[in-house]
Design a protein around this ligand. Structure first.
Ligand code: B12
Length: 296
């Protein structure tokens, strides 16, 4: 069946549905043939949806300017140049969308692995949340420490540190496991080199950003740096943020007192680079005795 016959059938169907006809439709051309070949293997009926080949695949047929399209495609990780089949998505981008969505859901629901916690040597405390479902439905409880958590922190941590680092799974467990090795050691080293008194880092399970205020108040810290997993996007589920606040207090801190560095991951701000920026920011906070929108 040739392209004209296919278009005639589509127009007939659209007419029956009282829909406008003559919508532009993709036509296979040489431009599409220049896209990387995405083929299935004998073992798997589907291509690897996480592969670079699939991510870089160009699905637009008959582009007016193939070079511009190629440049656009390689300039961003956004879902561009994926083409369409009539008014709908083409199969490959649709499958990739589902795969990315699954990754994002997985990282939100995934529990922090116990082996990972033991490997890092961090001690772990919990908020007033008991499982992931509650974490997602009760953000208020993710902002408060459990009684046991408060006790452990008081027992194990250095008090009155100039800077207290806290880590939390937040909305992405992968953000923590993927970035930890490249962010925590350089961060602590950076603070020590700056001559700051550094607190005992620990992990908060099921944390929300505001939990840092209670921790800061409890330990009488000058600055708290919370490294937390961000809400994942479609195609980026390993992103971490650093939320920093000067002299935090449960009743006194407002959102505008926080300074945030977001998009910390290997394809965004690399974790090692982020640690250097965090150290500089904390130094400024201590020097200026403030944070958030008041920090110059
Ligand atoms: C969700 C979200 C929001 C939600 C937060 C509600 C909620 N409870 O989740 C809403 C829509 C309210 C929001 C508002 C704003 N956001 Co916002 N937000 C995000 C997003 C998509 C995810 C954050 C996340 O995962 N947090 C982790 C979870 C565990 O935290 P949480 O405790 O559940 O929620 C807290 C944080 O989300 C925090 N928060 C959210 N956004 C911001 C922004 C700033 C500057 C601060 C200090 C805190 C903050 O406030 C929540 C309550 O305490 C990020 C994108 C990203 N890649 O990180 C942008 C992002 C953090 N937001 C941003 C901005 C600019 C804002 C606003 C200033 C927009 C505006 N002009 O009003 C406001 C400020 C809100 C504030 N708290 O001060 C920027 C920050 C850029 C920067 N580096 O300074 C980001 C990175 C988006 C972006 N790429 O531009 N945001």
């Amino acid at each position: 069946m040739d392209q004209k016959q296919i278009e005639a059938i589509v127009d007939a169907v659209l007419q029956q549905m009282n829909a406008p006809t003559g919508l532009p439709r993709p036509v296979q051309t040489a431009a599409a043939a220049t896209a990387p070949s995405v083929s299935a293997t004998d073992d798997s009926p589907l291509p690897d949806l996480a592969s670079e080949e699939v991510k870089r695949w160009i699905g637009v047929t008959q582009p007016k300017n193939s070079k511009a399209l190629g440049d656009l495609r390689s300039a961003t990780n956004a879902r561009v140049a994926v083409g369409r089949a009539g008014t709908r998505s083409r199969t490959l981008p649709y499958l990739r969308f589902l795969a990315d969505h699954s990754l994002s859901r997985d990282t939100v629901f995934k529990e922090i692995p116990e082996e990972w916690i033991s490997r890092t040597g961090l001690f772990i405390v919990q908020t007033q949340i008991s499982d992931k479902d509650e974490y997602l439905t009760r953000p208020d409880l993710g902002r408060k420490l459990s009684e046991e958590g408060r006790k452990l922190i008081s027992e194990k941590c250095v008090v009155q540190p100039q800077v207290q680092v806290v880590l939390s799974d937040g909305l992405s467990t992968d953000a923590m496991t993927a970035n930890y090795d490249e962010i925590l050691p350089p961060l602590i080293k950076g603070f020590e080199s700056a001559g700051l008194k550094v607190g005992t880092p620990f992990f908060v399970k099921y944390g929300r950003v505001k939990v840092e205020d209670e921790i800061g108040e409890l330990l009488k810290a000058d600055v708290v740096v919370l490294l937390i997993g961000e809400r994942p996007g479609l195609g980026q589920s390993e992103s971490m943020s650093a939320y920093m606040v000067y002299h935090p207090g449960v009743a006194t801190t407002v959102e505008s007192d926080r300074t945030v560095i977001s998009n910390i991951h290997k394809l965004g701000t690399p974790p090692v680079e982020a640690s250097a920026v965090i150290v500089e920011t904390v130094k400024k906070m201590i020097a200026q005795k403030t944070s958030g929108i008041n920090l110059k």
